[in-house]
Design a protein around this ligand. Structure first.
Ligand code: NAI
Length: 328
């Protein structure tokens, strides 16, 4: 029998947690042959609800679920973790300044990074979902000096999937016909969904679509503002689609991306594409099961350059703000 993989999920009692845990326990995070042991980390007020979710997980009798433990202490919650999904975060409340938001999240992601450094397994892989995801990942990584920075990632897979869906609808093709889409930059309204390298059934997407006005005035803003549109319609933020993206991010990281094409993830920059080294920014990435690799050598035209630079400028501002606050 295979030793179970320890998966720590923070914010386990939240709405993404509820959409995520059953899929992890059913084998969709790591594959159908890998048993998992869930470690749920909540704040004390969330523990009772997490216990309720754990009861439901028990009631599914998932063959791959080897156990569930619930914690309100990060050091205990991350002990032995092989995969950590950092979902719980401090949302922006009415009237909250950006500095206050970063400060509050620094108080969460700094200690969680330190706890990962102290006790996670040597092969730990971290995905930050909680917003502001890129900068929260940067904060966590900076508190984990013994963990290679490449193990800390932030989620732009939901943005990637939103872009796939919008482009497929426009082109009248199934999503499976599209390859080589990219989300660049920050998981925020400044993100840049790039179709200039994308292919639709092997043909350049820009040629198939041939509609620059749609690209600029419809596609890019629709993808970038999709989160707000979901809140407006559903009365709550994206949860099942966010959980789905988190599952796909980790599955592809661990099991490898398909031979053709790539996906998008926010990973630590090595200076590629003019993104300052050390920033956690979204790139086109592939995996063969080890570290994410940034796809090299793509040509970036002036339209894309401006959009990428604008989103990276926002990441630099966030990094400078958390540096000034002493959070990294
Ligand atoms: P939610 O409010 O339903 O749940 C958050 C949970 O986190 C709560 O149960 C809360 O008690 C818990 N929590 C707060 N601080 C914690 C801490 N220090 N340790 C452990 N748990 C803690 O929120 P929801 O809808 O599940 O969203 C979670 C986060 O994901 C939000 O920050 C949201 O903005 C973000 N998000 C990111 C997306 C992305 O594409 N990167 C997409 C959608 C949401």
């Amino acid at each position: 029998s295979i030793t179970p993989v320890n998966v720590t999920v923070t914010g386990a009692a939240g709405q993404i947690g509820y959409a995520l845990l059953f899929r992890i326990a059913s084998g969709q995070l790591l594959g159908p042959n890998t048993p998992v042991r869930l470690r749920l980390l909540e704040i004390p007020q969330g523990v009772r609800a997490a216990e309720g979710t754990a009861m439901e997980l028990d009631d599914c009798a998932f063959p791959l679920l080897a156990g569930i433990d619930i914690f309100d202490d990060p050091t205990a919650g991350f002990a032995g973790a092989n995969v950590a999904l950092l979902v719980g975060a401090r949302p922006r409340s009415a009237g909250m300044e950006r500095g206050d938001l970063l400060q509050a999240n620094g108080g969460i992601f700094g200690p969680q990074g330190a706890a990962i450094n102290a006790g996670a397994a040597d092969d730990i892989r971290v995905l930050v979902v909680g917003n502001p995801a890129n900068t929260n990942a940067l904060i966590a990584a900076s508190h984990a000096p013994d963990v290679p920075a490449e193990r800390f990632t932030a989620m732009t897979r939901l943005d990637h999937n939103r872009a796939l869906s919008q482009l497929a609808t426009k082109a009248g093709v199934p999503v499976t016909a599209i390859e080589k889409l990219t989300i660049w930059g920050n998981h925020s309204a400044t993100q840049y969904p790039d179709i200039f390298h994308a292919e639709i059934s092997g043909r350049p997407a820009t040629e198939v679509v041939a509609d620059q006005a749609w690209l600029e005035n419809d596609f890019i803003p629709t993808v970038a503002k999709r989160g707000a549109a979901i809140i407006e319609a559903r009365g709550a933020s994206s949860a099942a689609s966010a959980a789905n993206a988190a599952i796909s991010h980790v599955f592809d990281w661990v099991n490898g991306t398909p031979a053709a094409g790539w996906t998008s993830a926010a990973v630590v920059s090595d200076g590629s594409y003019g993104v300052p080294a050390g920033l956690i920014s979204s790139f086109p990435v592939t995996s063969t099961g080890g570290a994410w690799q940034i796809v090299p050598g793509l040509e970036i035209d002036s339209f894309s350059r401006g959009r990428i630079d604008a989103s990276v400028a926002e990441l630099i501002e966030e990094r400078d703000a958390v540096t000034a606050l002493g959070l990294i």
